[in-house]
Design a protein. Structure first.
Length: 560
């Protein structure tokens, strides 16, 4: 039977370790070792050439000095080549004094007159002397009868400058190599020291990276980053991350949608990206707390801010616009229920009164009482509808009047009120009027002679709303704070927080290019004023009827 192959799971796998600490340390040590080896090689290469050059120049310098001896030229011309001749003795003296490998003096034919091996005297040199005999100075690394040497050759001239021979000096190449080898241990010591310092630095860097990455593998970090991106852009909450100096460094898609900003906000402070306001104050940490309410555009947001270890912070944003709308609808429903309860209570009292009159057989008084009740209700409704042509606003004020009567507050519509049925955004104005009237009723509740007056007027396309009350009023230093999100002097209900009504009033007014302010009413109390420059459409021009048409119309009405 053949041997089965090794299962893939049991095969040895070679590669980098998984941990960031190990990988960084290994790579840093490898880089340090590579740099040390490269630096050593780059240093050794020019060092070898430098030592060769120094040796050749030294040999050339010795040859030049030897050629300057005038006695040597005279002895070369007057004596034959001999192992005991004066040229040999002078050359050997110079060789021993300079520790050169050889000092060779030759005539113009290339015949040696001196040599360390006396048997070579009288023989032709082994290397080409033509360049030196031609008057050139030569430096080279040559192979001769004495081995590899660094040579220097110069011409030998007589007193008149004629070339009569040449001098060749060689320095043993082994001495150059010995100097090079002698320098290598010291160089390796420096390289080893540099490698040790690099390894220590790599270890320290790796330890720091290990602490910062919590000893995770690179693949784990990449996976966490991918998961973070998917989570940030997939959750339905806005996430805003700020760095230690308070600049925005991250925005997910939901945060961009809720705040109405884009990627251009990254790198800027909340004040620069959003403009000054409560939202920027919450993100910057100037307003602290949990579940902070803020209004951005037409959205009601709940913000929470948590500091991070690096000195920055992460803020989360939730959209509570729909929840606030439901809360306001609940408030409206409760208001309607209160109005119906008040009407029911008042109706029950009137029925009891009517029943008593009938039991007492006071029939005329009963008829008169019913007429007064119906007349008062009709008068109140007609009074509102005559002054306010918009049905939504008229119905709102009629209902609020009933609630006010139940709470012992007189709600009046000012005689100066005139509002035509040309509203562009009646629902927005209903919200504004409802909030201001509710605040006024709360302010005067329980006070003697409580009264709230509503005045609505139109000037061209501009609508002006004033709501006055006889309550305690608002101090001057708090007249801007009342329009701040979250600010309220009343206890919040269970289903939502207070402090948004007046803020929304100002937001709605500013959205239409208007304003919302508060001052002191005549005779005490508070007076809220809202100006909406573009609240009404242009009035339609109705052509005047001719006399004939008017008469015809009147006749038709009478015939009906």
């Amino acid at each position: 039977m053949g041997m089965s192959p090794t299962p893939p799971a049991r095969r040895l796998r070679l590669g980098l370790p998984r941990r960031v600490f190990s990988q960084v340390l290994l790579m840093q040590v490898a880089i340090a070792a590579g740099v040390a080896v490269l630096a050593t090689g780059l240093f050794l290469a020019p060092l070898s050439h430098q030592l060769d050059d120094q040796a050749m120049r030294r040999a050339l310098s010795i040859a030049q000095t030897t050629a300057q001896e005038p006695q040597l030229v005279k002895e070369l011309e007057t004596t034959p080549p001999s192992p005991d001749g004066p040229v040999q003795r002078e050359a050997e003296r110079i060789r021993k004094a300079t520790k050169a490998r050889y000092v060779v003096v030759m005539d113009w034919r290339g015949v040696r007159w001196s040599h360390t091996d006396v048997r070579q005297i009288g023989r032709t040199v082994s290397t080409d002397p033509s360049e030196a005999l031609a008057g050139k100075e030569v430096m080279a690394i040559d192979e001769g009868t004495l081995g590899r040497t660094a040579r220097g050759k110069v011409p030998l001239r007589d007193g008149e400058g004629h070339i009569v021979g040449a001098v060749s000096v060689g320095i043993a190449y082994d001495s150059v190599r010995a100097r090079l080898i002698h320098a290598i241990p010291g160089l390796f010591a420096y390289a080893g020291g540099a490698l040790a310092v690099g390894a220590l630095a790599a270890w320290l860097i790796s330890r720091r990276v290990q602490r910062q990455t919590r000893d995770l593998a690179f693949s784990d970090i990449a996976g966490l980053l991918a998961e973070r991106e998917a989570m940030l852009h997939g959750i339905r909450e806005g996430v805003v991350a700020l760095d230690r100096v308070g600049h925005i460094r991250l925005l997910n898609d939901e945060a961009q949608r809720l705040l109405g900003i884009g990627d251009e906000a990254v790198g800027r402070s909340p004040d620069e990206a959003l403009g000054e306001g409560r939202t920027a104050d919450v993100l910057a940490g100037r307003v602290t707390g949990t579940d902070l309410l803020t209004v951005r555009g037409q959205r009601v947001l709940v913000a929470n801010r948590m500091p991070t270890d690096d000195g920055g912070a992460v803020a989360t944003l939730r959209d509570r616009t729909e929840l606030e709308q439901l809360g306001r609808e609940l408030d409206s429903t409760r208001g309607l229920i209160d109005a119906l309860r008040a009407q029911d209570h008042e109706h029950a009292n009137r029925m009891h009164t009517l029943l008593g009159l009938l039991e007492l057989e006071m029939y005329d008084d009963a008829v008169e009482f019913v007429g007064e009740v119906v007349g008062d209700h009709r008068a109140t409704s007609e009074q509102v509808t005559e002054k306010i042509r918009d049905p939504l606003l008229a119905a709102l004020l009629v209902g609020k009047a009933t609630v006010a009567a139940e709470r012992g507050v007189a709600l009046w519509v000012s005689d100066r009120t005139r509002l035509p049925d040309r509203l562009i955004d009646p629902r927005g104005l209903v919200t504004i009027v409802g909030n201001l009237v509710d605040n006024a009723l709360d302010a005067v509740a329980g006070t003697p002679h409580a009264r709230v007056e509503v005045e609505l007027s139109a000037e061209g396309r501009t609508a002006v709303l004033r709501v006055r009350d006889t309550g305690p009023g608002i101090p001057v230093e708090q007249r801007e704070l009342v329009f701040t999100e979250g600010w309220s002097t009343k206890k919040p209900p269970a289903h939502r927080q207070r402090g948004l009504g007046l803020s929304l009033v100002r937001r709605l007014a500013e959205r239409q290019g208007g304003s919302a302010t508060v001052g002191e009413a005549y005779g005490g109390g508070a007076e809220f004023t809202v100006v909406l420059p573009e609240a009404l459409t242009e009035p339609e021009t109705v052509p005047a009827l001719t006399a004939t048409a008017a008469t015809q119309t009147a006749t038709e009405e009478e015939s009906r």
